[in-house]
Ligand binder design. Structure first.
Ligand code: PEP
Ligand code: MN
Length: 339
């Protein structure tokens, strides 16, 4: 349930109303907008008498929120959420590029890619240190050594870093070293991990699960937000369908749908979404125009010898050719370019 307050309500009146709601055993989420202030009720509202609240002198309107996600719901917060990381803004009209190799493989590899990306234009450097591989015999990532190398490359090129956390055992290291913590598709419903990430103050990049509905995905965001961390960035990375030509089916309709359902920023990953490097550029442009707040793109200096996901990785030259097109489109769409 949400309560829309009348304009001109005083701080003291609001505090009193919130106290009343909390006495009913509920939590509140307050969103102060330019025009209206909204109080969202979180918890079991089934026993609440909406008339008792709507008759309160500062309440203009009460609305039931049908969806199970609350803090992630746009009804709770009509304005877009903007997340700021090291001075770079994501969401609410700010468009970012997160780019880099699937896996960190060596110092030479990651540093060279980082410099190329910086030159072409990138907001963040990505690189996997822990890799969720289908086969236990495939390259699993360099672990903490990989994280160190990513950190070095990010510092040298002047790019904040993004990396995937696979186990809470190394959570403290990630909180210390990484600027945005990625939750991979396979861990989207690792609720224990989501709750722990909710207790940090780090921005979280939450990828959509392999077969997750929009509601399941937003409920995973809700797990993080319910613990107090509201800095969640969603990432559409393709879903399982009957189609096998592409690695996944990139669901670009998720972008406007999420924008309607939620205030959280959403970015798109055309690399995992298609699995084919030659499709990546066109899908990047389509994602931008669909209303996304950014892209995550795999780039490798030698895709053919990459230890993971080479077939879907752009070369630094491909990437350099794509960025000016993205700038033109971003300008056309009236976006603030953060790369
Ligand atoms: C990745 O970003 O390299 C990755 C493993 O992505 P996903 O979790 O979307 O498969
Ligand atoms: Mn990958």
């Amino acid at each position: 349930m949400i309560l829309v307050l009348k304009p001109g309500s005083t701080e003291e009146q609001r505090r009193e109303l919130i106290r009343e709601i909390e006495n009913l055993g509920l939590k509140v989420h307050v969103s102060v907008g330019e025009e209206t202030t909204i109080i969202g009720l979180v918890g079991d509202v089934s026993r609440i008498n909406p008339y008792a609240l709507s008759s309160h002198e500062i309440v203009a309107n009460t609305l039931r929120v049908r969806e199970p996600f609350k803090k992630a719901n746009r009804m709770f917060k009509p304005e877009d959420t903007m997340i700021e990381v090291q001075g770079r803004k994501i969401g609410a009209g700010h468009f970012v590029l997160i780019s880099g190799p699937c896996s960190v493989e060596s110092e030479e590899q990651i540093v060279s890619i980082a410099h190329d990306l910086k030159k072409s234009g990138a907001t963040f450097l990505r690189g996997g240190a822990y890799k969720p591989r289908t086969s236990p015999y495939s390259f699993q990532g360099l672990g903490l050594e990989g994280l160190e190398l990513l950190k070095t490359a990010g510092k040298e090129a002047g790019l904040p870093i993004v990396s995937e956390l696979m186990s809470t055992e190394v959570l403290d290291r990630f909180v210390e070293d990484v600027d945005i913590i990625q939750v991979g598709a396979r861990n989207m419903q690792n609720f224990v991990m989501l709750r722990e990430l909710g207790r940090t103050k780090k921005p979280i990049l939450l990828k959509r699960g392999l077969s997750a509905t929009l509601e399941e995905w937003l409920m995973s965001a809700e797990y993080i937000m319910s613990e107090g961390n509201e800095q969640v960035i969603l990432c559409e990375r393709g879903i399982r369908t009957f189609e096998t030509y592409t690695r996944n089916t990139l669901d670009l309709s998720a972008v406007p749908a999420i924008k309607r359902l939620s205030h959280l920023p959403i970015i798109v990953d055309p690399s995992h979404g298609t699995g084919k490097s030659w499709m990546v550029s066109s899908m990047c442009k389509a994602a931008l125009v669909s209303g996304a707040d950014g892209l995550i793109i795999e780039v490798h200096n030698n895709p053919r010898s990459a230890l993971s996901d080479g077939e879907q990785s752009l070369t630094p030259d491909d990437y350099a050719g794509l960025v000016p097109d993205l700038r033109k489109l971003a300008e056309f769409e009236g976006l603030r370019i953060e790369f």
